[in-house]
Each structure stands twice: as structure tokens, then as C-alpha cells.
Design a protein around this ligand. Structure first.
Ligand SMILES: [Zn+2]
Length: 1120
């Protein structure tokens, strides 16, 4: 807003006013005009003196409408033109605000309707109207009101043989079409036919007029009715022929603007379904494909390639996913709900792809605006309000979840103890077996023990196996045994037997079973090859124009095992599999010999939320690039467009001592495709495409969105940890918080230090340690959260001195997986209720969201016994941002950022909510303070972070978001995160908690020493700013992810230049030169500010809103 002020001032008092007085008059010396002009200038330079009614501009405009005198009119037009050409658009807007458009329209109608229209006046009038009208959003309606629309159409009819006059009329008609109703009016009066006649086949004559005609025709197609008319009259076919003709004959590339304008016409037509159908029916896609291929071979044709591709994508007919139903292959009966109820959950498709959308240039800063509107401004909702949502009596059930408070530590000397309440499955040892071991020749020589033998069928966790056989697993471990810390394949297999999945999985994915070690080297982000998406889109388009090249063979179908390809039936196809924990491949279709479309299963009981993937692939040929397309992704953008790669695990490599998930894949991109759900063509999906070249022949590999971490992995890990700690020092309890809907246990882990003795003061110290509550994995697709939590757990159980101090300082209460059912069944977002559990915190249903209900209940319990947690943190993964960062809650920052009029100075707020982030910024390399924010959004009112902050009264209540990709700052800059870095983050988070205790602790000097040494902190406040949490932190993608909108490529400058050329040029040669020059120039329309630029502005504390500055209205005081 401040720059508005400056710009205006400069214009008002700056260069042109005095300078122009000395310039010679081109036209008349009429005293009237001179007076007007001087009046205008003096008025403008002395704004405060000018009474609005006597403004010079008004006088000029009024004279223009009423003067019959040709000379006067010409002079006024000349003055106006001079004034408007010299300055910026702002002047034109000023003129518009003073009724300039209406005056020009009236003058036009009056002149045109006189007995003999005078073109000496009409031509400059039309030119001026085109310039002004282009900037006046209301011009279409104003033109209708002034009855000017048909007048100009009439002028055009009379002047089809006069190129200059026709061009001027065409520009004006084009700007009139900014209103759809005006376009309709023109269409009703056969405007399409009149204009179309002026679009000729390739020629060297009157190029400016031809282009003006194409532009006007495109403008008229903003109306659906006109689109239909154009289709009916065969104009789409004609436009395609014209495009081909100009393409073929434009040998010297002089006609790029006309070719582009023709594409623009087609794009406009394709905003309607009839237009798209006609374009396809007329062979438009094939034509565009061929011409574009030619364009690619020549330099300087980029401005044609991009719109052509967008047009092809847009017209590529929507194809429903090749599934019998959009619904998840899994359904689960919910307590208290009819079985097929979820069937109707279809509000998901928001119709974001408008079928017949009119283009709009208005929405300048939607993200920013939406975001600010979302901020909570109701102080009452921003105030902590700790009161339970349930009767206090019900909280008694949680007493047993604080065993450390009631334990008497009688057995401090004994080596171990068993907690009755813990979920003990460890009696199943040795139950692991090999159902199909008979199929495995036992006398194979060792070298023949191939990777393929370890295919999932031999890794079975069924309890009901045969007894007394030599287990495949035993042999595997004997031969290839490796040591992965805190992992044991046998324990994994026995633990898996207790994991309850909807499909009744009995097969283990090898990586989960065998274990993963982070690779030695760090993995840099992938470089995006130039135009990778374009190449992929071409391949997609070729499916339509060369259907005979497409195999379209289903090689895997979760719903129909009979279509599963066996190695004998399809020796040349890859084989897929995903019937294991967290696996979720629904269907695989071989499209070309080395290309597969993959469809993900929707979340249980729903028809949506696809993004996470995890599946097995085998039967590959080494060294051959395979293209994989996951065709039903749903998010609007992805870090896959910014250097992220999927992860791959090779069984062969694992057996060779490299049990690593590694980042893999090349030619990766993510873009909107032409597939749609079976119900609802308005919605469409996104493709994640990547190419993998496998290193080994006949390997068994696993591909995933991110490092998998299953429920069984967690349960195994907790058992290992429990075994690993010294029970005399570390108090470690795993308890069952509650059962999930599917009957899995949701674990609550308690970690703290055992007291040094049973002396009262030691027990007292223990019982007065503040609580830290950590939760994770409410969103099943966010496996990174589990890896971070693994790091936290391992660190807290370790013998590191800082960990010891932490245990002595706090009682940790950890719910490592809030959504076990979702994780087990391969969901991406939801629980079995098809609801996002992190939107249930306000009023969790005990039957439908038990894990949330009881976690919240437990927090209330802590609150009720005066032990409100010092810190609450819910670990998440973020798919659209880099680094790791925190979201917290601050009343003041929220009010301040939302522009609320409430005076925040008088509000009291403990600034301690920032301490952890400040510490992490120093000690955690992946952490980015600048990505953190503490704003409370209305849309997040029912998330853990906001509810725990407000209802439980936890000042430090956070969501910790970890990237799926990597970092763009610090020592990990440019690297993708591995599990090592994620675990490190979990460790650093724990360490940062020590700083909270540094000043409060007086009983343990060692602890203070540890904290200071570790963190090397002083009390200097870091001057960081809180950031806005825009969904998307990345710059616009290099290539258009979407295709639904096509922007008008022709800017005001281009129009102005064409108009000026029409005024001056007499010969066609010059005209050609202009057009050619224009073709080289980039369109110079004011670019929309993209959100990430805006963001900086919104951070400024003193943003002046609505033109108000200290109560003074600054928007009107200059110029006028
Ligand atoms: Zn999440």
C-alpha cells in the first residue's frame, strides 16, 4: 500500500507535467484545448486545491461527448491519447473512474450514427477505446448500456475491405467481450461469422487485421453459447485447418503471433465440453501432436509448444479409472453405522476443474487471502480453557497408565519385572513357518538359492503351520544373517502373527521382516531433466493417437487374483504384489512393454485419499528402464516435482549385505492427468511417473512412497527396546492405551529414570517430574513421523548422559502410533472410519475414534491430577515442504497476523512456546526455524495441536512436520533425508527439551552441565520471524502441473503496440515487421504475484490495510 502512495506522488508531481508544456503541439492551437490542458496539469499537480466537480479531466470528457466540432474532438482525443500513452496504467484507471469509458462510448455512438461517419475521428476514437477498454473490466456492460456493441459490429461489417478500420473495430469488439453477455450479444448478431470471414488462410497481406480477427474470435468464445455455435458451424475444424495452413506456410517464422492466436482460439473453445469433443473428433489432437513435434525441432517456437501441449492435455478425453468401483477394495463394518453407509461419502470432489470455466484474472492472491481468513480471531477461542469434555469420574480409568507414580520400586535390585498390563505376545517364538516349504527343493546347492526363492510366499507368519520343519527363515539367517540394531526378523515374524488386518495378511514384505539399515552415503536430490513432463505427456497423448501400440494388460488386480500374471503366462511382464502390511497396490496394467500404470487402493471404507504407495515388483530384466505411472494420486502438487525420489529395497542386495531402502528413480514428475473417478468427470487425478532401471536380473524389489514403517515394526521395536534397557535404571513400560476398531493394541509407552533409591526424596522427585507427551503417525502415509519417533525412543532408552538427564528430568508418555489400523491396511490419511483422525480431537467418539478419545482422556487425566504436560508434540510428515519444522499455538501472533483490531499489548502470553524451536534451530541440522509458525487456524480447530493447547492448557503444544524430501538449508542442503536423518531429528527433539529445564532445575548440577554443554546456549533471543503456513512452500513448478486454465497470452502492451502501429503505418511491409517483432517479445502482461512472494509482504507488521494510514485515507488524496 505504501508503494501506491509513492507511485502516485511521482506521477503527480514528476517528470511529465512541466516537460510536456515545452513540447510542440501536434494539433491545434485552439485556446479551448490549451486551457483544458493547462487546467488538467495544474489540477493534477495541486491535488488539494482541486474541487472534484471542476476536474480538468471531467471537462475534457464532457466536451468530448457533446462537441460536434470535428477539430475539437480530434484535439481532445489527441490530448487524451498523449496523457494516457505517457504514463502508466494508473492514469487510464483514473480516467475510467471519471467516466472515461462512457464518454468514449457515447462519442463513438454519436459519431458512427451520423449521416456520414467520419473516420478521421472514428479511427482514433476506436483506438483509444481499445486501449482504455482493455483496462476497464466493466467495458462490456458499459458498451451494452451505450448501445455501442452493435454499432461497432456494424462498422466492422461496413469495413471488411478496409484493413485498418477493420482492425480497429476488431480490437474494440475483443475488449467488449470481457463480459460474457456482450459476447453473447455479438454471437446472436452473427458476429462470429463476420469476424471469422476476416481470418484468412496464410497470406502476407494485412497481417495485423488477421491477427486482430483471430483475437476477437477467441474473445467471443468466452461464451458457452458462442462455443456451441462455433462447433455447430464447423469453425473448430476450420480453425484447425487454418492452424495447419499457417504452420505449414510460415517458413520464415514470421507469423508466430497469428499461430499463437489461433491456438488461443482453440484453447478458448476447449473450455467447453462441446469444444473439446469437436477438437478431438476433428483429429485436432493428432494435428497438434504432429505440428508440435515439428515445432520442437526449430528454435524460437517455444511460445507455440507450451500452449499446444496444454491444449492437448485439456482435450485428451477423460477416462474413468479402469476399476469396477472407486471404492476401496477394503470395507470394514463400523459400530453403529450401516455397512454401506460410506458409499455416499462423495463430497470429496470439489469440482476444482470447472468444466466450462470462464477465465479469470481477478484472483490475484487467493492463497494469502484464504489463509488470513482462516486465522482464528475470536479471543475466546484463543484462550486456554482447560475443562474436560467428559465427566471427571470417567478419568479414573487412566490411573493405571501412570504406573511410575504408584510403583513402589521394591525390586530395585532385581533384574526385571513383568508388568501385567502390558500386551505380551512373545510366547509365539518359533511359530514362524514356511507353508510352502515343500515347494522349495531342499537339496539345492547354495549358489542356486536365488533371490526369487525369498519371494513373499516363503515368508509367512501364519501360526497354523506345520511343525518340525527347517524354517526357511532360519536357513536365511544362518546364511545371510546380519545385525540390524533393535531389529530381529524372528521376533518380527512372531509379532506379525498378532497384527490384525482386514484382508488377513499372512505374508510379510521382505524389507519389514529383514530390516533396514541406512545406506552409507547421503543421497542428493534428483535433478529434474529439462522438459521431463512434456516428454511424459507426449507419451500419454500417443496412447490416444496410436491405440494400436498399447498393450493394456492387467498384470495384477487386488480384487481379482485370477488376473494375476504368473511367470509362465506372461514371461515378459513384471509381476506385482502388495498383500502385506501397509501395502496398497490395487491394480497394475502393462501399457507398453516397459511401462506400467499403477492404481492405488483408496483408504478403507472410502473412495479417496490416495498418495502413499508400497508394493513388491519382480520378474524384471536387469539394465532396462521401466516406466511406472501411479495414476490416481490426489494432491495438487508434490515434492516429486522438486527433487524427491521414491524408495526402493532390493532383496538381492539385502542378502548381499546391503539391506537398504535407497532413493531411486529418474525422469520423475507429477502432473494432472486425464483419468477421473468412475463417478464424476469433474474431478481428475495426478500422475506420479518415474523410471527405474533395476540392477539385478530376477530380483524381488519393493517400491514405496517413503521408508515404510509398519505397525508390526513398531511392536517389534518396542519389545526390543524393553529388552535393551537396564530395568534398574530405566523405567520402561509399554501398555495398552486402548484397542483399535480392528482389535489392534494402541500402545502407550512410559519412559523415565528409576529413582536412585527408595528413599522418600527420590520417589518424590520422580513423582514430581513434569510430563512430556509425544504422539505420532495419526496419518498412516506419514511413515517419516515413525522414523523420527523411533529416533526419540531409542535416544530416550540409551545410556547417553543427556538421555539420562532427560529421564531424570521428565516422565515421557508416548503414543507412537495413533492410527494402527490405517497403517496396517495401507491407508494414506484416514482410520477405518474414512475420517482424518487428526480432525476428531474436539469431540472424539469413543467407539469410532478410540485412540484419539483415550489419548485425550489421558491428557485430561494428567490435567486433573495437576500434572498438565510441559510439552505435547504430535509427529507428522509434510508432503509439500522441505526441512523439519514446528507448528505451535500463540494467541498474540494469531491475532496480530490476522489483522485483528484487538489490542494485543494488554494480552498476557508466556513466550516460552518458542524455546524449543529456537534450540532446535541450533542443534538439529534438518530443522528450519523459518518454516515454523504459531498461528491458530479455524480449519485446524479440531487438530491435536490446537485442542491440546486450548482444552488441556499445554502452552507448548506442537505439530512437528518432517519433510518426505530433504532440506534446502543447513548441512543437509540439497540432500534427501534418509532414516538416519529422521532418527537424528527425533533425538535432537528430545535433547532440545533439556533447555526447558535448565533454569528450573536445582537438584542436579550434572543435568545443567549437560544441557549447557550440549546446547551451548546463551539467553540471547534469536530474532526469527514466524512464518505463514502456506500449504505449498515451493515456487511454481517449472512445468504446468495443471492444464485446466489457459491464460490470455496477449497483454495490454501488445494491444497498445498493435494499435499504435495501426495509427502510423501505411504500408504492409512495416506491418509485417511489427508483427514479427511482436512475436519475439515476451508477453508483458502484469504477472500475478505468486504466493511465495506475497508471503514476505504479509510478514510486515505495519501492512496498511484498505488505504488507511493513521486514520487518514491515502487512496484518494493524490492526483484527483
Ligand atoms: Zn499429518
Amino acid at each position: 500500500m505504501e508503494d501506491t502512495l509513492e507511485g502516485t506522488r511521482e506521477e503527480a508531481s514528476g517528470s511529465e507535467a512541466p516537460a510536456q508544456v515545452t513540447q510542440p503541439w501536434t494539433f491545434s492551437k485552439s485556446s479551448l484545448i490549451r486551457k483544458l490542458r493547462q487546467h488538467l496539469i495544474s489540477t493534477r499537480s495541486r491535488p488539494t486545491m482541486a474541487a472534484p466537480s471542476s476536474g480538468g479531466l471531467e471537462v475534457l470528457l464532457s466536451t468530448l461527448q457533446n462537441a460536434g466540432d470535428i477539430e475539437n474532438m480530434l484535439n481532445i482525443l489527441n490530448v487524451l491519447d498523449e496523457l494516457l500513452s505517457a504514463g502508466t496504467d494508473r492514469r487510464i484507471h483514473h480516467m475510467i473512474s471519471k467516466g472515461g469509458s462512457e464518454a468514449l462510448l457515447t462519442a463513438l455512438v454519436n459519431t458512427a450514427c451520423s449521416f456520414t461517419p467520419n473516420y478521421t475521428i472514428l479511427l482514433p476514437l476506436l483506438h483509444l477505446l481499445a486501449k482504455v477498454g482493455y483496462r476497464d473490466r466493466q467495458i462490456g456492460l458499459k458498451a451494452q448500456k451505450a448501445d455501442a456493441v452493435l454499432v461497432v459490429l456494424g462498422l466492422l461489417r461496413q469495413n471488411t475491405e478496409n484493413a485498418r478500420r477493420a482492425a480497429a473495430c476488431l480490437w474494440v469488439l475483443r475488449v467488449f467481450c470481457s463480459s460474457v453477455t456482450t459476447a453473447d450479444l455479438l454471437g446472436k448478431n452473427r458476429g462470429l461469422d463476420v469476424v471469422f470471414k476476416l481470418i484468412s488462410s496464410h497470406t502476407t497481406k494485412h497481417l495485423r487485421t488477421v491477427k486482430a480477427a483471430v483475437d476477437a474470435f477467441a474473445a467471443m468464445l468466452c461464451s458457452k453459447i458462442n462455443c456451441r455455435t462455433a462447433v455447430m458451424k464447423g469453425y473448430i475444424a476450420d480453425l484447425l485447418k487454418l492452424y495447419e495452413d499457417w504452420h505449414n506456410n510460415d517458413v520464415n517464422l514470421k507469423n508466430i503471433p497469428i499461430r499463437r492466436a489461433l491456438l488461443h482460439c482453440l484453447q478458448r473453445a476447449s473450455n467447453s465440453a462441446v469444444g473439446r469433443d469437436a477438437l478431438v473428433a476433428e483429429g485436432g489432437i493428432g494435428l497438434l501432436f504432429q505440428t508440435t513435434q515439428t515445432c520442437l525441432t526449430m528454435k524460437g517456437l517455444e511460445s507455440l509448444v507450451e500452449p499446444a501441449i496444454q491444449l492437448m492435455r485439456k482435450c485428451n478425453p477423460k477416462v474413468p479409472l479402469p476399476l469396477t468401483s472407486d471404492k476401496s477394495a477394503f470395507s470394514f463394518p463400523l459400530p453403529g453405522r450401516p455397512v454401506d453407509d460410506w458409499d455416499a461419502d462423495l463430497g470429496l470432489y470439489d469440482g476444482s476443474l470447472e468444466d466450462d470455466s470462464d477465465e479469470d484474472a481477478e484472483n490475484e492472491e487467493p492463497d494469502n487471502r484464504d489463509y488470513e481468513d482462516d486465522l482464528e480471531t475470536d479471543v475466546n477461542k484463543l484462550r486456554p480453557r482447560p475443562e474436560p469434555d467428559r465427566p471427571l469420574e470417567q478419568l479414573g480409568q487412566y490411573v493405571c497408565l501412570c504406573p511410575e507414580l504408584h510403583h513402589d520400586f521394591q525390586d530395585l535390585d532385581s533384574s526385571s519385572e513383568i508388568d501385567e498390563s502390558s500386551d505380551d505376545d512373545s510366547t509365539q517364538e518359533g511359530d514362524l513357518n514356511d507353508q510352502r516349504s515343500s515347494e522349495l527343493p531342499s537339496d539345492r546347492d547354495e549358489n542356486h538359492l536365488q533371490t526369487s526363492d525369498f519371494h513373499k510366499h516363503y515368508l509367512n507368519c501364519s501360526r497354523k503351520g506345520q511343525v518340525g520343519h527347517s524354517s526357511m527363515v532360519d536357513r536365511l539367517l544362518e546364511k545371510y544373517g546380519i545385525c540390524i540394531p533393535n531389529h530381529d526378523p524372528r521376533l518380527y515374524a512372531t509379532t506379525a502373527a498378532n497384527t490384525k488386518s482386514i484382508a488377513g495378511y499372512s505374508i510379510l514384505a521382505f524389507p519389514d521382516f529383514w530390516g533396514h539399515l541406512p545406506p552409507q552415503e547421503q543421497e542428493p536430490m534428483a535433478k529434474r531433466p529439462p522438459h521431463v513432463q512434456r516428454k511424459k505427456v507426449f507419451e500419454d497423448i500417443q496412447r490416444l493417437i496410436c491405440p494400436e501400440d498399447i498393450i493394456n494388460k492387467v498384470v495384477f488386480d487386488m480384487d481379482d487374483t485370477s488376473s494375476q500374471c504368473s511367470p509362465d503366462m506372461c514371461p515378459s511382464s513384471l509381476r506385482f504384489f502388495s498383500k502385506f502390511e501397509s501395502g496398497n497396490l490395487r491394480k497394475a496394467i502393462q501399457v507398453r512393454s516397459h511401462e506400467y500404470d499403477l492404481i492405488l487402493n483408496a483408504d478403507v471404507n472410502s473412495s479417496a485419499h490416495c498418495q502413499w504407495f508400497y508394493f513388491e515388483v519382480s520378474g524384471m530384466v536387469a539394465g532396462v528402464p521401466y516406466r511406472f505411472n501411479i495414476i490416481n494420486c490426489e494432491k495438487g502438487n508434490s515434492q516429486y516435482n522438486y527433487g524427491m525420489q521414491p524408495v526402493l529395497y532390493s532383496v538381492r542386495e539385502a542378502l548381499e549385505g546391503k539391506p537398504h531402502w535407497v532413493r531411486t528413480g529418474s525422469k520423475i514428475c507429477y502432473y494432472r492427468n486425464h483419468f477421473c473417478p468412475r463417478r464424476g468427470q469433474k474431478h481428475s487425478f495426478y500422475t506420479l511417473t518415474f523410471t527405474v532401471t533395476f540392477r539385478h536380473e530376477d530380483d524381488v524389489c519393493y517400491l514405496a512412497y517413503h521408508y515404510p514403517y509398519t505397525y508390526t515394526t513398531l511392536q517389534t521395536h518396542l519389545k526390543m527396546l524393553e529388552k535393551s534397557v537396564d530395568p534398574r535404571k530405566v523405567f520402561f513400560r509399554q501398555q495398552n492405551l486402548c484397542d483399535t476398531l480392528a482389535g489392534n493394541s494402541c500402545s502407550l509407552v512410559t519412559i523415565t529414570a528409576c529413582p536412585t533409591s527408595r528413599a522418600w526424596k527420590h520417589l518424590h522427585q520422580l513423582r514430581n517430574r513434569p510430563c512430556v507427551v509425544l504422539t505420532a503417525r495419526v496419518h498412516p502415509g506419514e511413515s517419516n513421523a515413525s522414523w523420527v519417533l523411533k529416533g526419540t525412543l531409542e535416544f530416550l532408552c540409551s545410556s547417553d548422559p543427556v538421555a539420562e538427564s532427560l529421564r531424570e528430568a521428565y516422565i515421557f508418555k508416548i503414543v507412537p502410533m495413533l492410527n494402527p489400523d490405517g497403517v496396517i491396511n495401507g491407508n494414506n490419511r484416514c482410520s477405518l472410519t474414512a475420517e482424518d483422525l487428526n480432525r476428531q480431537w474436539l469431540k472424539p467418539d469413543p467407539n469410532l475414534s478410540p485412540t484419539i478419545y483415550h489419548t485425550k482422556g489421558f491428557l485430561y487425566y494428567l490435567n486433573s491430577i495437576g500434572r498438565t504436560p510441559l510439552v505435547f508434540c504430535d509427529y507428522h510428515g509434510h508432503s509439500r515442504k522441505k526441512n523439519v519444522f514446528l507448528y505451535g499455538c500463540s494467541m498474540k501472533e494469531t491475532l496480530w497476523q490476522s489483522g485483528s483490531p484487538i489490542n494485543t499489548v494488554s494480552l498476557k502470553e508466556d513466550p516460552g512456546y518458542r524455546t524449543i524451536a529456537k534450540t532446535l534451530d541450533r542443534i538439529a541440522p534438518a530443522f528450519s526455524f523459518n518454516s515454523c509458525n504459531y498461528l491458530v487456524e479455524k480449519s485446524r480447530a479440531s487438530t491435536a495441536r490446537v485442542v491440546v493447547w486450548r482444552e488441556i492448557g499445554v502452552l507448548r503444544s506442537y505439530t512437528m512436520e518432517s519433510t518426505y524430501n530433504g532440506c534446502n538449508q543447513g548441512i543437509y542442503k540439497g540432500l534427501q533425508t534418509g532414516t538416519r536423518e529422521l532418527e537424528e531429528m527425533g533425538m535432537k527433539f528430545s535433547q532440545s527439551l533439556l533447555t526447558l529445564r535448565r533454569n528450573a532445575i536445582h537438584y542436579n548440577s550434572r543435568l545443567i552441565h549437560n544441557a549447557s554443554a550440549l546446547l551451548d546456549l546463551d539467553d540471547r533471543l534469536l530474532d526469527h520471524k514466524s512464518n505463514n503456513c502456506f500449504e505449498d512452500d515451493e515456487p511454481a513448478c517449472m512445468e504446468e502441473i495443471e492444464y485446466s486454465s489457459c491464460s490470455d497470452p496477449f497483454g495490454a502492451n501488445e494491444l497498445d503496440t498493435d494499435v499504435s502501429a495501426n495509427v502510423s503505418s501505411e504500408e504492409e511491409d512495416e506491418e509485417d515487421a511489427d508483427i514479427c517483432r511482436n512475436g519475439q517479445r515476451r508477453t508483458d502482461r502484469k504477472s500475478h504475484l505468486v504466493p511465495h512472494y506475497l508471503k514476505q509482504d504479509t510478514l510486515e507488521p505495519l501492512t496498511i490495510k484498505g488505504g488507511q494510514c493513521n486514520g487518514i485515507d491515502i487512496s484518494n488524496s493524490y492526483l484527483y
